[in-house]
Write a protein that binds this ligand. Structure first.
Ligand code: SF4
Length: 326
């Protein structure tokens, strides 16, 4: 069977920042994203999972060309993002959209909802005659049954759930093929989260979107994504089908993330690995970057960084314990 051509190809991607320097000179090098490689199939929904500071938001911004990489490459729909500017960049911006985390900040409070929705269409230079049908379509996709009645209202007149649906409508209005959603429900009340997740799953499937969901919440990723990439201190430590990750995580960090999710099913409950409480992280490049917190650390972990290797079909892990037997 012929392998499907990937929609997104990320190769050896890195984004490094130099921290503020003191009187001694240059500051510490922060490796927000460090040598990350993966591909996404067309229409695939993938979760980027990790704690704060793991690099997932930086990776999302790199995928949308909102920041430039220090090294490596990204190709989306056969087009390299390197050096993209002018008309090709404008065309890429139409195809790749961000769903913001905080709907209360994402919309200009002085604009009506109609103006908020019209803005991306104006920026794309679409004639007025084409704007109305696109606004109607986007509101219908975001499941507003009487969406046109909202157009004269202002953001403060809507609930958090309605605002997030407007943000989703705005992201979909230019009919993108690729979407990055950054913690799309973390600012919402628990009561409306399920509805928004349902909506995101529905539109992703209906439109065949290739989607990346950034989250620290495994239950969100489990609901929306067929595959999950786990990041730790800028590096990809596990890449697995979400089901396999939830049922049998291989990396000790993934095991800790999975065990931290409460389950009503006693058979699914796991004892969390007792992570070592350490603030003294080892410098990157001197062994496994999880070694300071890993309860299973071995001498080799302190000297050799484990490569990301396949341990099963479609399942890669960066851990000396996960390496297949020689
Ligand atoms: Fe733990 Fe060693 Fe695996 Fe790193 S390589 S996660 S320190 S066992």
């Amino acid at each position: 069977m012929k392998a499907e051509t990937p929609f997104v190809v990320v190769e050896h991607l890195a984004k490094h920042y130099r921290g503020p320097g003191g009187w001694r000179g240059a500051g510490r090098l922060l490796r927000a994203v460090d040598d990350v490689s993966f591909t996404l199939a067309p229409g695939e929904s993938v979760g980027l999972l990790g704690e704060s500071g793991s690099g997932k938001t930086t990776l999302g911004r790199l995928l949308l060309k909102l920041t430039e990489p220090t090294a490596g490459s990204i190709t989306i729909a056969g087009q390299s993002l390197a050096g993209l500017r002018g008309q090709p960049l404008k065309a890429f911006r139409r195809q790749a959209q961000l769903i913001f985390q905080n709907p209360f900040d994402a919309l200009n409070p002085r604009f009506t909802i109609g103006r908020c929705l019209r803005e991306p269409l104006l920026n794309a230079g679409l004639p007025r005659a084409e704007q109305g049908p696109l606004i109607e379509r986007a509101l219908a996709l975001a499941r507003f049954t009487r969406g046109l009645e909202l157009l004269d209202q202002h953001p403060h007149q809507l609930s958090g759930g309605q605002l997030q649906r407007v943000v989703i409508a705005r992201a979909l209005i230019l009919q993108p093929r690729f979407v990055v959603a950054d913690e799309p429900v973390s600012m919402l009340d628990v009561s409306v989260r399920a509805g928004i997740l349902n909506l995101l799953r529905g539109v992703s499937r209906a439109l065949g979107l290739t989607a990346v969901y950034i989250s620290h919440d495994l239950s969100l990723v489990r609901y929306l994504c067929s595959r999950t990439l786990v990041l730790y201190r800028g590096a990809l430590v596990e890449d697995a089908p979400t089901k396999a990750l939830c049922n049998a995580p291989r990396h000790p960090y993934s095991q800790a993330l999975v065990a931290a999710v409460p389950s009503s099913d006693p058979a699914q409950r796991r004892l969390p690995l007792p992570l070592v409480a350490s603030t003294a992280e080892a410098p990157v490049g001197s062994g496994c970057r999880f070694a300071a917190r890993c309860p299973l650390v071995m001498p080799i972990c302190r000297t050799e960084e484990p490569p990301l290797v396949a341990v099963a079909p479609n399942h890669r892990v960066a851990c000396h314990l996960g390496l297949p037997a020689a």
